[in-house]
Design a protein around this ligand. Structure first.
Ligand code: URA
Length: 210
């Protein structure tokens, strides 16, 4: 299976991303932009979700019309920066369920270690969108998807704001079946594994912790 990467090139997405990259953009403006851009990205991620026909009665008469198929979909945030994408996605998909996965990097082995995991029940009947603004080295994204796969969801997609070719390569080497949706594929990682040109530390910028 060819690994899928969708770059959402919509001018509104690209405009908002440029404002987010600017180091002089304030925390509150950054949050507002993040909420708006995550709604637009979510719209694209949901584009091919299956629908089923139901009967509906309009004020004029009965008709068959489409609704999303299956149980409520699940947004999985990779803590902590993933949380910044949730509000905008929930604006668009208010009935979605939300799960969280917390991972930290072991200083010795550099491997991701899970410290928190909570997802809804009946995962085998649900479609999942895993979210993290920065798919950088790809290590935590790979670990998060591997963990979610153990719950056996109907489908998995990964949504981020920014990524880089080396991160995508790492990610799709393990999970070629999981499509990635992003606003940009940037140039590269620097020696500290930050995305270049990127937007800095996404968590610090959205929570004002720098
Ligand atoms: N995480 C971030 O917040 N920023 C990067 O550039 C890379 C990973």
């Amino acid at each position: 299976m060819a690994a899928e990467v969708h770059v959402v090139a919509h001018p509104l997405v690209q405009h908002k991303l440029t404002l987010m990259r600017d180091k002089d953009t304030s925390t509150s403006k950054f949050r507002t932009l993040l909420r708006e851009i995550s709604t637009l990205l979510a719209y694209e991620v949901c584009r091919d979700f299956p629908t089923t026909m139901i009967e509906v009665e309009t004020p004029i008469g009965k008709t068959m019309a489409p609704v999303l198929d299956g149980k409520k979909l699940v947004l999985i945030s990779i803590l902590r920066a993933g949380n910044g994408l949730l509000d905008g996605m929930l604006d668009l998909i208010p009935s979605a369920r939300v799960g969280h996965i917390g991972l930290y990097r072991d200083h010795q082995t550099l491997a991701p270690v899970e410290y928190y995991f909570k997802v809804p029940d009946s995962m085998s009947e649900r479609d999942v969108i895993i979210v993290d603004p920065m798919l950088a080295t790809g290590n935590s994204a790979v670990a998060a998807v591997s963990r979610i796969k153990k719950t056996g969801p109907r489908s998995i997609k990964f949504m981020c704001l920014l990524t880089v070719p080396e991160g995508l390569q790492v990610f799709h080497a393990t999970h070629p079946d999981v499509p990635v949706y992003t606003a940009s594929i940037d140039e590269r990682l620097n020696e500290k594994s930050y995305i270049v040109p990127g937007l800095g530390d996404a968590g610090d910028r959205m929570f004002g912790t720098k």
